[in-house]
Design a protein around this ligand. Structure first.
Ligand SMILES: [Zn+2]
Length: 210
């Protein structure tokens, strides 16, 4: 799943969704040397799909990459750079186990794996971020559909079905508006289906082994 770059600035230094950043793998590879930096890459079928740059400090790692500004991957590229604290706990025979501290505001959970990716955070925070983003998307789709319904003089509420072409409106205009309306309704209904558990939680499908 993950892999290392050459240490030079390779890859695209950008992220997609559903990335796992496991501090144990990084540590095992001997990369947690303060003052060093390297590129961590994710590949699929031999192709680099995402990569980020990590700068290692004594008790933290700086993550540096670019991300699309919305989770559909259609927004503007946005530079991301923030610090993730490391924590070390004793583990038998004088060894130390290394952990991330989740960088999400108000969290700080000690975890082995952070999930990206617009931001990398613990599983719980990632769930929250994803749910609120989805909520916002659903609401926006519903609002857009309702705006069109008002313009067409249809009964408010996307569950009320489509109405008729208003008198005096060109058929072409009507067809365009109705197509746009249906698109937003479908997006909103798909979101509702997910909320109702009909389609399954996307994040549940990427349950990485612990
Ligand atoms: Zn968290």
């Amino acid at each position: 799943m993950g892999g290392f770059g050459s240490g030079k600035q390779g890859g695209k230094r950008c992220t997609n969704d559903n990335l796992a950043l496991d501090v144990r793998s990084i540590n095992r590879a001997g990369r947690l040397t303060p003052g060093s930096w390297f590129t961590w890459q994710w590949t699929r079928n031999g192709e680099i799909t995402s990569s980020i740059q990590l700068q290692v400090e004594a008790d933290s790692v700086v993550l540096d990459y670019r991300s699309r500004s919305n989770h559909h991957g259609s927004g503007e590229w946005e530079p991301m750079r923030y610090t993730v604290a490391l924590d070390r706990t004793p583990c038998g025979f004088g060894g130390k186990r290394v952990w991330w501290r989740c960088p999400a505001v108000g969290c700080g959970r000690r975890v082995a794996v952070l999930y990206g990716g617009r931001v990398f955070a613990c599983r719980q925070c990632n769930h929250l971020a994803y749910a609120s983003q989805r909520e916002a998307d659903d609401d926006r789709a519903t609002r857009r559909a309702d705006t069109i319904r008002r313009r067409l003089g249809w009964e408010p509420g996307i569950l009320n079905g489509n109405g008729l072409k208003p008198k005096g409106m060109h058929w072409r205009t009507f067809e365009r508006l109705e197509a746009s309306h249906d698109f937003h309704v479908n997006a909103a209904l798909a979101g509702m289906a997910v909320k109702l558990g009909l389609l399954g939680e996307r994040l549940d499908m990427i349950d990485f082994p612990h």
